[in-house]
Design a protein around this ligand. Structure first.
Ligand SMILES: [Zn+2]
Length: 267
């Protein structure tokens, strides 16, 4: 078991069992608590075969950087109830547990991590634009308004495109809302009509390509070139079409330009 972050940013979440510590509190289970078990997965701690029985579960995440090595371990603060008869429900991956462990992992850990993982150059550019517009607002307020309107358009297009890509790759509206810093419902309300419009725009067939009318004279010149397509340079010692190294060769006696002699030579 385990949940992988689909941002490709190296988070692997899961649950560990929480045990009664015998002093009225609780503690996280460790491998030594299940010495004969094949793994220390939370469901092993069901009280069978001499193992302790978990009183709950807690979220943990092994977070790795670009190297793929674990650079830190994150632990959730909530002890969630455990149901040994229903693993999905216990983990909160059944789609019906908005406050379960999986939701906590996404909300409390992935979302803040993603928010801080905006590439540095993007953040720097946004800050620079903000600074420039602040100055422009004082010096030339109307120009600043026009620029701000354009920026709003860019932001709208970018968030529509990003949300569409997120949905296409299996992210939820909850993920999108979290990334935007708003609720799932607000994200859906804002972006789903725009995504629908974008999809409709994709389905409109492109306008037919309007080729300029070819003049009879140009057509003559194109026709005159046809016999030379596939001609192979004699100096290569190759037979026409023999190697695929097809080149075009103009006969050496051809005067500059194709005028006049073109049709005759082509024969
Ligand atoms: Zn993590």
């Amino acid at each position: 078991m385990g949940w992988w972050s689909d941002e490709g940013d190296g988070h692997k979440g899961g649950l560990i069992a929480v045990l009664d510590d015998g002093c009225g509190g609780h503690r996280d289970a460790i491998a030594a608590d299940a010495p004969h078990a094949a793994s220390s997965s939370w469901w092993r701690f069901d009280g069978s075969e001499g193992r302790p029985r978990a009183i709950g579960v807690r979220v943990v995440c092994d977070c790795s950087g670009p190297t793929g090595h674990t650079v830190q371990t994150w632990r959730g603060t909530t002890v969630h109830p455990v149901d040994f008869t229903d693993r999905d429900h216990t983990e909160g991956t059944d789609g019906e547990s908005p406050h379960g462990p999986y939701a906590e992992w996404e909300r409390e850990h992935l979302a803040p991590s993603a928010a801080t993982s905006v590439p540095g150059n993007v953040t720097a550019l946004i800050d620079a634009v903000h600074q420039l517009l602040t100055e422009l607002a004082v010096q030339r307020p109307l120009a600043a308004l026009t620029a701000a309107a354009r920026l709003e358009g860019v932001a709208g297009t970018a968030s529509t495109r990003a949300a569409r890509a997120a949905l296409d790759t299996g992210r939820s509206w909850t993920n999108i809302g979290t990334a935007l810093g708003i609720t799932r419902q607000a994200a859906h309300q804002r972006l789903s009509p725009r995504i629908r419009l974008a999809k409709e725009a994709d389905q409109v067939p492109p306008a037919p390509l309007l080729l300029p009318a070819v003049s009879p004279r140009l057509q003559e010149q194109v026709d005159a070139l046809k016999p030379f397509v596939g001609t192979v340079l004699r100096s290569d010692g190759l037979t026409p079409g023999g190697t695929g190294k097809t080149r075009f060769e103009m006969p050496p006696h051809r005067p500059s330009g194709l005028d006049g002699a073109a049709d005759k030579d082509a024969e």
